[in-house]
Write a protein that binds this ligand. Structure first.
Ligand code: HEM
Length: 313
């Protein structure tokens, strides 16, 4: 679902190669030897990932050229439409080539899909693991939208408690636990340690967000902790930076949150969730899988029973 939202955002609904392109994008997201030996032409040449990337880019060019040939309105609202509009209008300080357009699209799709889906799975897992939290969140959603047949993005602002649930999920399960690497631009000293210029630096936001010196009951899932706290994830509170901070802070915070809240609110509104028959709460596996994105190691199985909250007028 999240991949589909990301795909609609970047290439829209009108692209007939969308599924094919998305399939290929997903194929080359794993391990890549060429990343370990970036200066080796030989490795690059025989790397399957590099080949997939080139094929993917060729496909993107096909999408771009077809879109250019279409009778377009003034300006499409998907990312591709906006970039092509900027390309046509000019006025930028550099030429917006097809190569740049294709790379930006790849960047946004890859940065925006797995991060959001990972958080969504964690949020659902925490709700199942904490039935009292799920009950409270479900009550809020069902009372707020009683009688409506579906929830729209604009309505999400009304869901105060669900927002706290999301914050707590982001605290415990930052989807990029080490953020993007930084490089030290000047030699300096931090807390008595010499840090030479050029040092590669990883910020362990996962550990900071579970530090018992900063968080009370740090390992527990307690959305209420944010109820009367001004701590937020927009990059100003360094104990809580699941979207990073500074110049490279995630530019997709608003879209990422909307994806997460809309999906969660809709699932809670339309379904009663339970663990599959015979599975006990304490058996719910919350182990994390090692990787750039901190995914859940095992699949989450939920028994979902439709709930009818819709009263036709
Ligand atoms: C809940 C969902 C998301 C989470 C948790 C998340 C998290 C992050 C994090 C931690 C970073 C690294 C920031 C840093 O190192 O300071 C990042 C970067 C980035 N994110 Fe997100 N993200 C999410 C959704 C999205 C979405 C929906 C998009 C696209 C529309 C997006 C686009 C990007 C891009 C392009 C970067 C790289 C920015 C740069 O290097 O300057 N993200 N994100």
């Amino acid at each position: 679902m999240i991949n589909d939202v990301a795909a609609r955002t970047v290439v829209g609904d009108r692209c007939k190669y969308r599924d094919e392109y998305m399939h290929e994008l997903r194929l080359f997201g794993g391990f890549n030897l060429a990343d370990l030996y970036p200066s080796s032409r030989l490795v690059r040449r025989f790397s399957a990932a590099a080949r997939d990337a080139r094929r993917c880019q060729r496909n993107m060019y096909r999408i771009i050229h077809e879109r250019e040939a279409m009778p377009t309105p003034e300006r499409d609202e998907d990312l591709l439409g906006v970039l092509l509009w900027l390309q046509r209008e000019g006025g930028l300080q550099f030429a917006l080539t097809d190569e740049i357009v294709s790379t930006v699209i790849w960047d946004i799709f890859s940065a925006g899909s797995e991060s959001s889906s990972t958080i969504l799975v964690w949020a659902m897992s925490e709700l199942v693991k904490n039935p009292q939290v799920m009950h409270k969140a479900q009550l809020e959603v069902r009372e707020t939208f009683k009688g409506q047949d579906k929830i729209n993005e604009g309505d999400l602002i009304k869901l105060r408690y669900l927002h706290l649930v999301n914050k707590e999920t982001l605290r415990l399960h930052a989807s990029a636990p080490l953020l993007l690497p930084r490089e030290c631009r000047e030699s300096c000293q931090v807390m008595g340690y010499d840090v030479p210029k050029g040092t590669k630096l990883f910020v362990n936001v996962w550990a900071i967000a579970r530090d018992t010196k900063l968080w009370h009951d740090a390992e527990e899932f307690k959305p209420e902790r944010f109820e009367s706290s001004s701590i937020d994830f927009r990059g100003n509170d360094f104990e809580f930076t699941p979207f990073g901070a500074g110049r490279r802070i995630c530019p997709g915070i608003t879209l990422g949150l909307a994806n997460l809240e809309l999906a969660l609110a809709s699932f809670l509104y339309h379904f009663d969730w339970a663990l599959p028959d015979g599975v006990k709460l304490e058996e719910l596996d919350m182990a994390e899988a090692f990787g750039i994105a901190l995914r859940k190691k095992s699949m989450l199985w939920i028994k979902a029973k439709p709930y009818n909250n819709f009263i036709p007028h």
